[in-house]
Design a protein around this ligand. Structure first.
Ligand code: AMP
Ligand code: MG
Length: 489
């Protein structure tokens, strides 16, 4: 293992102080020839890390796993989970190592974790490594999500290792540095629940409440307040994803945070041509995590969290069950509220109510009918409301259908007309389109990182019009279209 380094990342660790059953201590593996792919200097500053230092050889040493950072207490976290509905009692960080935590400029504790940094006790048959492709995908999509305003884990850095990773073929290896407001998952709670380890479950709940719901600690029933908090955050998150045409792709309970941040950018995708039942993930054969099924999948996962918390509730079993059921029922209303409010904003509709909700459904029905490009439709509509271009009639082969829709839109919008400034803030010009992500990864594997950097840069201000970036607005042509995405791990 490498040399000690002076404390250049201001670590302030709490997870490592939890009982030993929560994790396994162990350092990242070293790599032969680390090179920077990209450092997120803005995020480094936010975290109180000197970006110049981080971008240096010293920073590279630490974020590649070759050097040991002073103050770091490297560990891999234990968790369990339901994967596509099937119970797996032991998952855990099989290819991720938590270096430690820092407290950011706004006082929020953030995890700094390496992904792809070698085997851990939770690796099972895996090598603990990551090809560069998934590293770049997570960098692009997680930073785009953040720029779009969606709660998400972040990308602090991407490094190439100079070491091949063997999948179906030899691929260049990479290490990703992930920043998260925590890595606590529904599956972390399931891990202790399934082991009947009430004491650890209580310690985990106390820890999660202190970190994510400090106000719940003061409520009459902290566990229930915490559950309500998670339910609300997930309802809002999933509605936000859907309003951008996003499909997570692997909403397993181990990939759902209690913080309400998006985590795990495997076979995820933003839809081009919209269809509510769209699936991209190559492993999601039943469409369990299709665009339209995401709220149901979220609620199912939250039910697994609720049952894991039951042993911590003080009442009689019957009472407890009805209390958590009530919290879970809240999900439906909160989701609907967030979902319709986001779609109303996209359509510039000022008034809530059943009429506007029906119209949102009708709009999505129209888009699904011809699989119209989701992002382009809403942005063109925004431009037409702004008077900067004609209405997006040309996106539809059935012009009459669109005309009828537009008449209704004008009617629902009322006399004041659409709220253009809200539309501009709700309808991005640029999203990380699948074909651009694939092209960036392909070029990088061929040694050219420029398309990756250009794509990341193009997505920093996704709601701003920029005539120099129109190629990132365009939908793919037939040859470019991506219809499947892979975990690629
Ligand atoms: P994910 O698909 O990222 O949700 O991962 C599911 C589980 O598989 C987690 O426990 C991961 O740590 C583990 N895993 C995924 N890829 C690897 C790998 N290359 N080596 C070891 N474990 C892995
Ligand atoms: Mg995962």
């Amino acid at each position: 293992m490498g040399r000690q380094h002076e404390m250049a990342i201001p670590f302030d660790n709490t997870y490592a102080q939890l009982p030993e059953v929560f994790f396994s201590k162990g350092k990242p593996a070293t790599v032969p020839k680390p090179e920077w792919v990209r450092v997120n200097v803005e995020l480094a500053s936010e975290l109180g890390i000197d970006p110049e230092w981080l971008s240096s050889e010293a920073g590279l040493g630490i974020l590649s796993g070759n050097e040991f950072a002073d103050g770091s207490e490297p560990l891999s976290q234990a968790y369990a989970g339901h994967q596509f509905g099937g119970w797996v009692p032991q998952l855990g960080d099989g290819r991720a190592i938590l270096l430690g935590e820092v407290v950011d400029g706004s006082g929020i504790r953030r995890d700094i974790q390496l992904k792809g940094s070698g085997r851990t006790p939770y690796s099972r048959g895996g090598d603990g490594k990551s090809p560069l492709g998934p590293v770049l995908r997570e960098y692009i999509v997680s930073e785009a999500m953040a720029a779009l305003g969606v709660p998400t884990t972040r990308a602090l850095a991407a490094v190439s290792t100079g070491e091949p990773v063997y999948r179906e073929e030899a691929l260049p290896g990479g290490v990703f540095t992930r920043v998260a407001s925590s890595h606590l998952r529904v599956g972390t709670f399931q891990y202790f629940y399934a082991r009947n380890d009430r004491e650890s479950l209580q310690a985990l709940a106390d820890y999660a409440i202190a970190r994510h719901d400090p106000s719940a600690a003061k409520s009459d029933e902290p566990i229930l307040s915490f559950l309500e908090g998670v339910v609300e955050r997930q309802a809002r998150l999933i509605a936000h994803w859907m309003s951008l045409g996003f499909i997570h792709g692997v909403m397993n309970t181990d990939n759902m945070t209690v913080s309400g941040e998006t985590i795990d950018f495997g076979p995820c995708a933003f839809q081009d041509g919209f269809h509510p039942e769209r699936v991209f993930s190559s492993i999601d054969r039943q469409g369990r995590y299709a665009w339209i099924n995401q709220p149901a999948a979220g609620q199912w996962n939250l039910a697994r969290l609720a049952e894991s918390l039951l042993p911590l509730l003080p009442g009689e079993e019957k009472e407890n069950v009805s209390a958590v059921e009530q919290a879970l029922t809240g999900f439906g209303n909160q989701f609907r509220q967030a979902y319709f409010s986001r779609f109303r904003a996209k359509l510039g509709i000022r008034e809530s109510g059943e009429k506007s909700e029906d119209f949102v459904e009708k709009t999505l029905g129209m888009l699904g009918e011809e699989e119209t490009d989701f992002t382009i439709f809403f942005r063109e509509l925004t431009r037409s409301a702004d008077g900067s271009c004609a209405s997006p009639e040309s996106l539809f082969s059935d012009g009459e259908m669109f005309t009828r829709w537009k008449e209704e839109w004008n009617e629902v919008g009322g006399e004041t007309g659409p709220d253009v400034s809200v539309m501009k803030r709700s309808n991005p010009v640029r999203i990380p389109r699948n074909h651009r992500v694939e092209q960036a990864i392909d070029s990088a594997q061929g040694g050219d990182l420029q398309p990756f950097h250009d794509l990341v840069d193009a997505l920093v201000h996704p709601y701003d019009e920029d005539a120099s970036l129109t190629k990132y607005e365009e939908s793919p042509n037939a040859a470019e279209r991506v219809t499947k995405t892979f975990c690629g791990t």
